[in-house]
Ligand binder design. Structure first.
Ligand code: FMN
Length: 379
């Protein structure tokens, strides 16, 4: 059951997944391996850090842990974010906050995301942990009331002066590239993404990511990309777009229409780490004009092929490795609890397994998980 180390995990993933990619490559004549070994497809730089392709996994509190990042990287994500970490927590030496700042050598380039409201506090925390990451990011979009109450996260979008000060002082305090993650604005009466993006650039940020919703929206409604169409005409630093991106067609359209350097995938990747490979492969194929997004028949065929090749049997094998990795990082008891959620997401919307889904939430050990998952093979 035990994995020796991350190379062992990657080797086992490669054995499980490469037949799938071989089939897709043959079918579509795409010679790039869409996962790990893909380098150099529309790469860009954040400061001095090379980002190998435009497909990026989003930071997600409670989700983007070591295992999540290892799988995202394996399937092609070109940048790996920590969960957001409280600057105060780091300065007070809180164990949980400090633990969140560690990434293995496989999870690179690694972005460590901090949040806080006081420029000096964020700067001190950034200085304390900058050696652990390739890039330091500041969260300026989190809508969670607990965070807003402290004047950090999304609350900063109501206070452009603080945004300016935080970026200015953090920039001076660290040597590593610095990025910020923004939203369109506080609410639809205060859309200020152009302004905040320009402040970020002029104070020395090396890139921005933008979730195309307002803070007040939380996660409701839809991402509205219309405000991002002209953003690249105002700033030169790379822009990464986030919000509701869950297939290669949308990703391709957005990259083309906005001229932005990257797109970010969050919720669609929970329990579905292979989505990075699907999106990356899809956009490469569209770019090479193997098919275009208007060619509905071809696009449907691509989606059907992926569904066919990425059947439950392969998913089960990948997810067992996911559980093994969780166990390596957090021990069996905690890992299995985390894994229940992952299974729920991985098999969401699949109708004929309703009975098995109930069992997902009863799993308490690795062998129970294996037993429940065996029931999914061949379905
Ligand atoms: C459970 C959850 C936790 C999140 N945590 C963070 C976070 O820690 N930092 C951050 O910048 N964004 C966070 N986000 C926002 C995502 O990074 C992303 O911008 C957002 O979910 C929209 O993208 P999506 O539609 O692809 O999920 C979180 C989102 C979710 C759903």
């Amino acid at each position: 059951m035990v994995l020796k180390d991350i190379s062992d995990l990657v080797l086992q993933l490669e054995k499980t997944v490469s037949p799938l990619f071989e089939k897709l490559k043959k079918e579509y004549g795409c010679n790039n391996h869409p996962g790990l070994s893909l380098t150099g497809y529309n790469p860009f730089f954040i400061g001095n850090t090379k980002i190998n392709n435009p497909v990026i996994s989003a930071p997600m509190a409670g989700i983007s842990d070591n295992t999540y990042r290892i799988f995202a990287k394996y399937f092609g994500s070109s940048l790996l974010y920590s969960e957001m970490v409280t600057s105060n927590g780091l300065l007070y030496g809180h164990k949980k906050s400090i633990e969140m700042t560690y990434a293995t050598e496989f999870e690179r380039p690694f972005v460590l995301q901090l949040f806080g409201s006081k420029p000096e506090t964020v700067a001190e925390a950034a200085q304390m942990v900058e050696d652990r990451a390739e890039i330091i990011d500041i969260n300026m979009g989190c809508p969670v009331p607990k965070v807003i109450k402290t004047g950090s996260g999304g609350a900063l979008l109501r206070d452009e002066g603080s945004i300016k000060q935080i970026i200015k002082i953090v920039r001076k305090s660290i040597k590593k590239p610095l990025t910020v993650k923004l939203r369109l604005g506080w609410d639809y009466d205060l859309i200020n993404i152009e302004k905040t993006a320009m402040i970020a650039e002029s104070e020395g940020a090396d890139a921005i990511a933008v979730h195309a919703r307002t803070v007040r929206q939380g996660y409701s409604g839809h991402a509205d990309y219309s405000y991002l169409i002209d953003l690249k005409k105002k700033i030169k630093i790379p822009v990464i777009i986030s919000g509701d991106i869950n297939n290669p067609f949308k990703a391709f359209d957005l990259l083309r229409d906005t001229d932005c350097e990257g797109i970010m995938i969050g919720r669609a990747a929970r329990g579905n780490p292979w989505i990075f490979a699907i999106i990356l492969m899809g956009i490469i194929l569209m770019d090479k004009k193997v098919f275009n997004e208007k060619d509905a028949d071809f696009a449907k065929k691509f989606e059907k092929d992926i569904d066919y090749f990425l059947n439950n049997d392969i998913k089960v094998k990948i997810l067992i490795l996911y559980l093994k990795s969780l166990i390596n990082f957090m021990g069996e008891e905690k890992a299995v609890k985390e894994f229940r959620k992952i299974l729920g997401w991985a098999f969401k919307g699949i109708r004929n397994i309703t009975d098995i889904k109930k069992d997902f939430f009863e799993i308490n050990t690795f062998s129970e998980a294996e037993k429940v998952m065996a029931g999914l093979i061949g379905m």
